[in-house]
Design a protein around this ligand. Structure first.
Ligand code: CA
Ligand code: CA
Length: 341
């Protein structure tokens, strides 16, 4: 009898462990904010959720194929046209690879068309409307990696900018209709009303290694950023207009807190920030001096692989943006810190 009880106990324990493992894995796929929302919603209420499925595309292979098809080699693109050709080819190859796989998983998810908000052609992801029970059901699919809440924006997405910048440039290109859109910061006027918002928006395009721009002391990477040149834009509430902030036409004086916002949130890379702590300090200058003296290897972010754009920095520590790391970069940082200009 004792033996039977022990066997039963073992069986019960094995089942208990198995269900704990399943639950843990199950919850692991659901982001914590979604889990807390699920506890409070009615059974028939449909949430907007973002679903990421496992990525079967070999990124290295895509990049290799892209360079072959473009007739370029990594680090040789010199003009905006070459960068655009690279990105266009990259997107098309990637879209072909995702098309079949995403369709198979989508069918397995068993979601009705009217609940689909976004079906990605270039990433392993979807945005759908789903009830609580549907979310738990999806979390059990092997292909689903994670599920999160889709954040609802306050302002409309800048579709007119797509028409102007995107469609004209890329009319022959396969692209997703919906792109990541996020309202990062709301600026309030003296009455407490939102008068402008900082927008981050990007489409899935290409690795951002071919081109960059220094703007207000920060380095912004070009790459998968549409409709704004370098990912960031402003929505002016009163004018009901979107502006590309890294644009020669952008009137920076109207949004004079913007530099502070960028520095506070540490967007892009702060030029000269050799130790990558998000702040310009004497340590950044010291690190440059030490590396020039051969006392340390300065392993800061490499931003231009071959320095093929003259006048652009090659490293984050290249404070004076001349493409080289010299004592002038350390001096420049020290002068900036001492506010001698
Ligand atoms: Ca620093
Ligand atoms: Ca330099």
């Amino acid at each position: 009898m004792k033996k039977i009880i022990s066997i039963l106990l073992v069986v019960v324990l094995v089942f208990a462990c198995a269900s704990i493992t399943v639950c843990a894995e199950y919850e692991y796929k659901l982001e914590s904010n979604l889990l807390s929302v699920l506890e409070t919603i009615e059974d028939d209420f449909k949430l907007q959720v973002f679903i990421w499925i496992n990525d079967t595309v070999d990124e290295e292979l895509v990049i290799q194929k892209t360079f072959e098809q473009c007739g370029l080699t990594q680090g040789t693109a010199k003009t905006k046209e070459e960068v655009d050709l690279y990105q266009r080819t990259y997107r098309n190859i990637k879209a072909q690879l995702y098309e079949e796989y995403n369709n198979i998983v989508f069918e397995k998810m068993n979601v009705v068309d009217e609940d689909v908000i976004f079906f990605s052609q270039l990433t392993p992801s979807f945005i759908i409307k789903a009830t609580k029970s549907k979310v738990y059901e999806l979390a059990q699919l092997d292909e689903v990696v994670s599920i999160g809440l889709h954040k609802m924006p306050l302002f409309p997405q800048p579709e007119h900018l797509y028409e102007k910048r995107f469609l004209e440039l890329y009319e022959d290109m396969i692209f997703s209709e919906t792109h990541d859109y996020d309202e990062l910061y709301y600026h309030h006027d003296e009455n407490g009303e939102v008068d402008w918002a900082l927008i981050e928006q990007c489409s899935y395009n290409a690795p951002p290694w071919e081109y960059h721009r220094v703007f207000k002391g920060r380095v912004f990477m070009y790459g998968d950023h549409r409709p704004f040149s370098f990912r960031y834009g402003i929505y002016d509430v009163k004018e009901d207009k979107f502006y590309d902030i890294i644009d020669d036409q952008f009137d920076y004086s109207k949004y004079d807190d913007l530099e502070e916002v960028f520095n506070t949130f540490n967007f892009g890379y702060l030029i000269g920030d050799s130790d990558s702590d998000g702040v310009l300090s004497v340590m950044d200058a010291t690190l440059i001096q030490m590396s020039l003296a051969g006392l340390t290897d300065l392993d800061d972010v490499l931003i231009d692989y071959d320095g093929y754009f003259n006048g652009f920095p090659k490293y984050i520590s290249d404070f004076d943006c001349d493409g080289m790391r010299t004592i002038m970069d350390a001096t420049g940082i020290q002068m900036k810190l001492a506010e001698i200009y």
